[in-house]
Design a protein around this ligand. Structure first.
Ligand code: FEO
Length: 162
């Protein structure tokens, strides 16, 4: 049985993952509006993955006999001055999500909650990958995105993400 503290943190994490989906959906809208369909598609795929993360935690709580209590999801309300800004914001966001997952892992460790630690192992690995992919995207944008031709090629490449 999970402690109230761990269950509460996991509940909050569901909201954070749902917010991530909302945020990335907003970024997808930004790029779609700009005509950059590859970037839009990349962020739409990312948004779907975030929903899956939320559902994974939701499922874990249910498996542990806890009814998830769903909190409010804030509006993203992000303004992007240029095409690089959402990429930088996404990377900063992923670092915050990593800190949040790490905090739950540490709390589970404090409580010798081995099952939750095992469950969170997947998220620890996933966060490493998400930070890396969002950081790589910034690097690619900085290398190729400054010219119209480079931006077009990068946008075409990003369409390939499924
Ligand atoms: Fe579910 Fe991108 O963290």
């Amino acid at each position: 049985m999970l402690s109230e503290r761990i269950a509460g943190m996991l509940n909050e994490q569901i909201v954070k993952e749902m917010y991530s989906a909302y945020l990335y959906h907003d970024m997808a809208n930004y790029y779609a509006h700009r005509g950059l369909k590859g970037f839009a598609s990349w962020f739409s795929v990312q948004a779907r993955e975030e929903l899956e993360h939320a559902m994974k935690i939701n499922g874990y709580l249910l498996d542990e006999g806890i009814r998830p209590s769903l909190g409010a999801i804030a509006a993203p309300e992000m303004e992007y001055p240029d095409d690089r800004a959402p990429l930088a914001a996404a990377y900063e966001h992923e670092k915050r999500v990593t800190a949040s997952i790490d905090a739950i892992f540490k709390a589970a460790d404090d409580e010798d909650d081995i099952r939750t630690k095992r469950f969170l192992g997947w998220f620890v690995d996933e966060q490493a990958e998400e930070e890396r992919s969002s950081s790589d995207l910034i690097s690619e944008y900085d290398l190729f995105g400054a010219t119209g031709h480079g931006l077009y090629l990068l946008d075409s490449k990003l369409k390939e993400r499924k």
